[in-house]
Design a protein around this ligand. Structure first.
Ligand code: FES
Ligand SMILES: [Fe+2]
Length: 345
């Protein structure tokens, strides 16, 4: 059966993507996970290091994440007890005169712990190495802001979409009236990009025409929204002028159709706010985003990606600029890999 969802160029672009949260993976935990169309095992060894390996043990092929246990610095296979470390090296064959097989490896993935998130590098090129690091977020270096990870901030949606679609949303202003119900859409003022980084500066007038709103108690505020992407599907949004806030998202492909949409947001604490759970403006800013983001999902889940769309005169340049920047994260010749639609026929 052909699938109605088509993808931009390739389902799994190169780059960093979130695959979990640090506080949900304690030393000794082993989990079966699936991302980028692959079965994987995620674990934290007794030294506290996180490992992400291809799922299948290279002895006879058991899934290491289904019944596997942490043993020292390794994950131990549930079938015959062979052990594999975070680099995918065989560290023990418990019942054999052979201590281990130094030349046999399970495929391993580059992992970083980044502001309480577990992120991995996806590459469509075998052996492709990360050539940038996840960005520094100054707001999260001190105590002025709430933690990104509190039970109110963390959200995870499973959405039938390609990770490029939320990014394309950043240059799509015509949809804001129809999908999000705002009749005075923001205006894209500037797009800048360098290598893996892209930034959109968007002029917004909050509370236009209203004496006072919860967001703008002193009357309308003209401000810039700063959207930054670090590769496809991995980025931050800031709302200066309203309340110091940083939103962090990763749209991580699960398979050719679905993505995990990880959302977190941290705002500056208000006067006298000392607890872990956001109050006041910090809480309202989360409520605002968590209400708005899912409004796009039904469109993405049922759309067909057009490689040759027909943008209106006002929107063509920005969409083209964005898609040209995105091309660096896909194989140079998409003809070298099976076309996404053909593989689903
Ligand atoms: S299949 Fe893993 S130890 Fe045998
Ligand atoms: Fe949107």
């Amino acid at each position: 059966m052909p699938n109605a969802l088509s993808s931009p160029q390739h389902p799994f672009p190169r780059g960093w993507f979130q695959i979990g949260r640090s506080h949900e993976l304690l030393a000794g935990d082993v989990r079966a996970v699936k991302y980028f169309g692959k079965d994987l095992v995620l674990f934290r060894n007794e030294s506290g290091e996180v490992g992400l390996l291809d799922a299948h043990c290279q002895h006879l092929g058991a899934h290491l994440g289904v019944g596997g246990k942490v043993n020292g610095d390794s994950v131990q296979c549930p079938w015959h007890g062979w052990c594999w470390d975070t680099e995918g090296r065989n560290t023990a064959i418990p019942y054999s005169v052979e201590d281990c097989k130094p030349n046999v490896r399970v495929g391993n993935w580059h992992v970083r712990e980044w502001y309480g998130n577990i992120v991995t590098w996806n590459d469509w090129e075998p052996g492709g190495e990360p050539y940038w690091e996840p960005p520094k977020i100054p707001e999260l270096e001190g105590d002025d802001f709430y933690s990104l990870h509190n039970e109110y901030s963390d959200h995870l949606w499973k959405v039938k979409c390609h990770p490029q679609m939320p990014l394309e949303n950043a240059v799509d202003f015509a949809h804001i009236e129809y999908v999000h119900g705002h009749t005075d859409p923001p205006e894209l003022v500037e797009v800048r990009s360098k290598d893996h980084w892209i930034r959109f500066d968007v002029a917004v007038e909050y509370g236009r025409g209203k004496k006072s709103t919860w967001l703008t108690p002193g009357g309308p505020v003209e401000s810039m929204m700063e959207i930054e992407g670090f590769g496809i599907g991995f980025g931050t949004v800031r709302f200066p002028g309203i309340w110091p806030t940083v939103m962090v998202t990763s749209i991580t492909p699960i398979d050719e159709n679905y993505s995990a949409y990880y959302f977190q947001q941290a705002s500056k604490r208000g006067e006298g706010e000392t607890g872990d759970l956001p109050e006041g403006m910090a809480k309202s800013m989360i409520d605002l985003q968590v209400g708005v983001i899912p409004q796009d999902f039904p469109i993405w889940e049922n759309m067909e990606y057009l490689e040759n769309p027909n943008p209106a005169r006002e929107e063509g340049k920005d969409l083209l600029q964005l898609r040209s920047w995105c091309a660096q994260f896909y194989p140079p010749s998409v003809g070298d890999i099976p076309p996404v639609n053909a593989s689903r026929a």
